[in-house]
Design a protein around this ligand. Structure first.
Ligand SMILES: Nc1ncnc2c1ncn2[C@@H]1O[C@H](COP(=O)(O)OP(=O)(O)O)[C@@H](O)[C@H]1O
Ligand SMILES: [Mg+2]
Length: 452
């Protein structure tokens, strides 16, 4: 099988890493990919949103399956265009992608099908929106459209909410995406991401993951698109998972189908586990970045037949197995992130493991020139038997490596905000681009959270 992966972030590297392990694969392409995917697949010089060129390439090469990473090409109708050209694609249609592309759309669906979510109101008029806030408790203001993960303001009081409305609707900081907003009650609790495969009829849930959003350690500092992730999520008990599948995932997929917009691909539910049960913060129409990195490491089953089944409508014939170990993704970011930070940071050309690290893993940083042009944000993922201590271990090792190279990465900040990631691999399996993930020794770690 020839597979084309669209996108160029850590998520796509993780997908490529997993897909490349399928015995079904004969050739793997990535458009545009990154230095991480370059060691596994053939990178193409085609941007993820250049749908014409992507179709042309897929037709020329007789690509058997195209896997879409980011939301933008889906919103632009990539899946529809590919299907019209007789090309099989893993990812929802443009209409179905509204579930992510419009927060109003997803709220309307949730309300219609009784899916637990925060109470809300939608506005296209700033005065009405401001008036609505009177006498309400803490609220969250969200731009309706895509805003690169920056369109949500979690507000402490009315003044902050008014300021958010002004920025979105008057200053129009997100342009058209802020034509409409929603204002919803502010929920409290832990966040969990549950992703599921679906062919529009069957829902095949994955394991849960949790990502951390605040830029600094200890959950402090400004919010980002996600600062690393781990799986499984200790808070997400099997009972809770069943509840989320039955009350959120299945009704969403059935509701979309009933509304004449069958949803195929990955359905990602961003959840808040409140003391009144799980509530849906949002849906995404694709794999999450950084959740995908730990999820791909833990997935035991071949992912390719599952993706094909989603496209073919035969997902009811599939099963999904997981490794019992935990997986963690830790990402490094340059000073200043997520605000302005030096893009072509010189430090990025010197990512090199310490000798200790070198003896344990190969970081697969081959193309140093390509790296110099990348934003100074990089991720690392690893599969380990324990979650919490392992994250610390991983960070410690990154730090040590950074120190010895005199690099400027501040690893106290972790970030998964694209675009470069590397898999820690066993140095013995250097010959294999799909080598086994490195298992750190854990004898010095406390067994805080042991899986199985
Ligand atoms: N109702 C809410 N109550 C509390 N926090 C929220 C609420 N909605 C969103 N958030 C916070 O804002 C973040 C981003 O919101 P989300 O709806 O996931 O939008 P996006 O990912 O598109 O920015 C969430 O991960 C969560 O931390
Ligand atoms: Mg989100």
């Amino acid at each position: 099988m020839k597979i084309l992966i669209i996108g160029g972030g850590g998520r796509e590297h993780a997908l490529a890493w997993k897909i490349a392990q399928s015995p079904k694969i004969t050739e793997l392409f990535c458009a545009p990919g990154n230095p991480g995917t370059a060691s596994i697949a053939t990178n193409l010089d085609i941007p993820a949103d250049d749908i014409d060129s992507l179709i042309q390439f897929a037709l020329q090469q007789s690509i058997d399956l195209t896997v879409v990473g980011p939301e933008q090409p889906l919103v632009l109708g990539l899946a529809d265009w590919f299907q019209d050209n007789g090309l099989k694609v893993f990812g929802p249609s443009a209409k179905a992608t509204q579930l992510e592309g419009s927060k109003v759309f997803s709220k309307v669906l949730m309300q219609k099908y009784n899916i637990p979510t925060a109470a809300y109101a939608a506005f296209d008029d700033a005065d009405e929106a401001r008036a609505y806030l009177k006498g309400k408790g803490p609220q969250v203001v969200k731009a309706d459209g895509l805003a690169a993960g920056k369109g949500v303001f979690v507000c402490a009081d009315e003044a902050e909410a008014v300021d958010a409305i002004n920025q979105i609707m008057n200053d129009r900081i997100f342009g058209e995406s802020g034509n409409r907003i929603i204002i919803e009650e502010r929920l409290e609790g832990q966040e969990v991401s549950l992703l599921a495969f679906t062919d529009g009829t069957t829902v095949l849930p994955m394991e849960a993951a949790q990502d951390h959003k605040a830029v600094f350690d200890g959950d402090t500092g400004p919010n980002t698109g996600g600062m690393g992730a781990y799986s499984p999520a200790p808070i997400f008990t099997p009972e809770l998972k069943q509840e989320v599948i039955q009350r959120i995932m299945v009704p969403a997929v059935n509701g979309m189908r009933a509304d004449g917009i069958p949803y195929r691909g990955v359905l990602y539910a961003g959840l808040m586990i409140t003391d009144k049960g799980p509530k849906t913060l949002e849906f995404n129409a694709r794999f999450g970045d950084p959740e995908t990195q730990p999820l791909m490491m833990r997935m035991q089953s071949d992912i390719v037949p599952i993706m094909e089944a989603c496209a073919d409508g035969t997902l009811d014939t599939c099963t999904l197995e997981w490794k019992p170990e935990a997986a963690v993704c830790v990402v490094m970011a340059s000073e200043g992130y997520p605000g302005s930070y030096e893009r072509a940071n010189r430090s990025t050309d010197s990512i090199r493991p310490t000798r200790y690290w070198e003896s344990r893993c190969s970081m697969r940083v081959r193309n140093k020139r390509a790296m110099r042009s990348l934003p100074a944000v990089a991720g690392c993922w690893v599969l380990l038997p324990w979650v919490i201590r392992c994250k610390r271990q991983l960070k410690k090792r990154i730090k040590r490596s950074v120190k010895s190279n005199g690099r400027e990465f501040n690893t106290a900040k972790t970030s998964a905000k694209k675009p470069y990631s590397f898999i820690l691999e066993d140095s013995d399996s250097q010959q294999s681009t799909q080598g086994k993930p490195l298992i750190f020794t854990t004898e010095s770690t406390e067994k805080i959270f042991k899986i199985k």
